[in-house]
Write a protein that binds this ligand. Sequence first.
Ligand code: GDP
Length: 366
Amino acid sequence: ALQAGIVGLPNVGKSTLFNAVSNSAKAQASNYRFCTIEPNVGLVDVPDPRLKKLEELVKPERVVPTTIEFVDIAGLVKGASKGEGLGNKFLANIREVDAIVHVIRCFEDENILREEGAINPVGDKEIIDTELQLKDLESVEKKIARTEKMAKTGGDPKAKAEYEVLKACKEHLEKGKNIRELGLSKEERVAIADLFLLTEKPVLYVANVDEASMLTGNKYSEALAASVKAENAQVIVMNNTIEAQISEMEDADDKALFLSEYKLEEPGLNRLIHSAYNLLQLITYFTAGVQEVRAWTIHRGWKAPQAASVIHTDFEKGFIKAEVIAYDDYVKYGSEASARDNGRLRIEGKEYIVSDGDVMHFRFNV
Ligand code: GDP
C-alpha cells in the first residue's frame, strides 16, 4: 500500500494528526518528547463520492474504498542526522515512505512546550530540512567514494554519468537545498534511485493552525506558504485537534452538524488525502459487481494489464482484454447493460492507458 510518513518537530501536532487519520490510532498525544518511539501505522480510506454513486446504482453486498497508509514518524529533532534523540532510527523510517507529510506548528499555546522559542514555521521547516539534507549528503558521499575510481579511470560512460549526477546532488545539498528541487531528469533519477534520498521524496506541508484560523489561515501559515513557493509544494491549512475530534465521530449526522458549525465543507483530512493523491500522481479505477463495488489505486499512465495486477498478479500475466465504461457514462446510463446497449462499453487491449474513474472488467487466462 501507498505510504505517507508524518514528520515534524516535537509538539507540532503530529500525533494529533495521526490520531485523526488512523481508525485504529493508539498514539497518545502528550507533552513529552519521545512519547511515540515506534513508528505507528494507520490506514485511512480514500474518500470518493463516486463510490457512493456506484453503490446506489449497483446495490452491491459491499463497498470497498481504496486506502492510504500513514506512518507517524516521531522524534525528529535538531541533530537527528548525527544520532541525537534516536534520530537515526527515525530517519531510516522515512526512507520507506512514498511521500512526506510535514506538520508545522502555526498555533500559539504557551502550555505546549516549544524548545525553539517563539513560533517560527519557516525556521522549523528548515531545521527538519537540514537534518534530512545532512543524511542525504552522507548517502551521496558514501556512494561517491565507492564509485569515484571507476568513473574516473574506467571507460564506462554509465558510471561516469552516474558520478556526475552524484556530484550535482552533493553540491545542491551543500547549498542547503532539497533534491526534489534539483530538476533531475528521469534517467538521472534512476542513477540515484538506490539511495532512496529523503529530500527527493514529494512533500506536503500541513500548517497546523488554531481553531480561529482554520478557514482563513494566519500569519504563520502565510509565511510558510511564501517560503515553499519555489518548491512547488502544497500547504494545507488545518487544525489537527478539530480533525481528531471529527474523526472520532461515528454518526454521520453528528459529523455533518459538527462540520457545518465550524463552516467546514469537508474534513481537512479529506483535503490532505486528495492532495497526497495528486502529489503522487495517483488515480482510481473501479470494479463494479453485485458482490462488490471497489476502488483501486494505480499510478497515472499505467496500462490495463498493470492496472489489473493490483487486483491479482495473475491478472497481469494472463491479461486478454478489458471491458471499460467511463464513470460518467456509467452514471448517465445507470447500469453496465444499459451502457453496453448504448455503445458505451469499450473493449480495450494491452496498450490501453487507464483513465481516472474507469469502471473496468478484466478478461484473463489462468
Ligand atoms: P507531536 O509531538 O508533534 O506528535 O505533537 P502532539 O500531536 O502530541 O501535540 C502536542 C500537543 O499540542 C498536544 O497537547 C496537543 O493536544 C496539542 N495540539 C496539537 N494540535 C494543536 C492545535 O492545533 N492547537 C493547540 N492549541 N494545541 C494543539
